[in-house]
Design a protein around this ligand. Structure first.
Ligand code: NI
Ligand code: MN
Length: 228
């Protein structure tokens, strides 16, 4: 069965491995770009990259309803556990976890991570997901450009999901540099066009990727999916 990656809008993604459903940074109910609500999604695992509201907003709700395990840094997992979330898997940067669908490594990200109530949210991260006998997908999540993306890419990446919104994360130009460091087969933009401050032209971005990298850019609309 192919792996399917669906953009739920903003930085929210659904990854279907055939047997398991992963949600990355679910922010749906108050997300003006989302095409689904939190009550309508299923999940086995919910990955939260950092503590900002646009990444953790609906995770507890979905975990309570589905019994999904929240995978995040240790501090964010403790914060969710205090709210009554039953299944959490706390990690820290550089660590990997073996899960039924494959492995997840928590990679570095240059950003911040305060939780919505002001609690300390540990360090922000990204996710390198290796599906068993399947593809490897890298979610940079909210981050600036950094040179060690070269190291992340040395694992061999099939699909890289990169922010292009600028202002709070890297913008389109830096994401082209990131693509060259990561050297993925396919690159998909995220974290843009949710609100006016992060408005971007994804077709102009795709042109830059085609002109300056060997990766194939795939531009999705919220609700659309890419199979690979
Ligand atoms: Ni953020
Ligand atoms: Mn964000």
């Amino acid at each position: 069965m192919p792996t399917e990656l669906t953009w739920l809008g903003h930085a929210s993604w659904q990854l279907n491995t055939g047997k398991h459903t992963l949600l990355i940074d679910p922010f749906l109910d108050d997300n003006p770009a989302a095409t689904v609500k939190s009550k309508d999604v299923s999940a086995d695992y919910i990955l939260c990259s950092h503590g900002h509201f646009d990444h953790v907003a609906d995770a507890a709700k979905i975990a309570d309803r589905t019994g999904a395990t929240i995978v995040s840094n240790y501090e964010i997992c403790e914060w969710f556990a205090k709210q009554g979330v039953k299944n959490t898997l706390g990690m820290n940067l550089g660590g990997s976890a073996n899960l039924p669908f494959g492995s997840v490594k928590l990679t570095i990200a240059f950003h911040s991570s305060q939780l919505p109530d002001g609690s300390y949210g540990g360090n922000p991260g990204g996710f390198l997901i290796s599906v068993t006998n399947g593809p490897r997908i890298y979610f940079a999540c909210d981050t600036a450009l950094f040179g060690d993306m070269k190291l992340v890419g040395s694992a061999g990446i099939d699909v890289a999901v990169l922010p292009i919104g600028d202002l709070f994360t890297m913008g389109p130009e830096d994401s082209v540099v990131a693509t060259n460091l990561l050297n993925p087969k396919t690159v998909i933009p995220s974290h843009f066009n949710t609100w006016p401050p992060i408005a971007q032209d994804p077709q102009a971005w795709a042109k830059m990727i085609r002109a300056s990298t060997t990766a194939e850019p795939i531009v999705l609309k919220p609700g659309e999916k890419f199979s690979f």
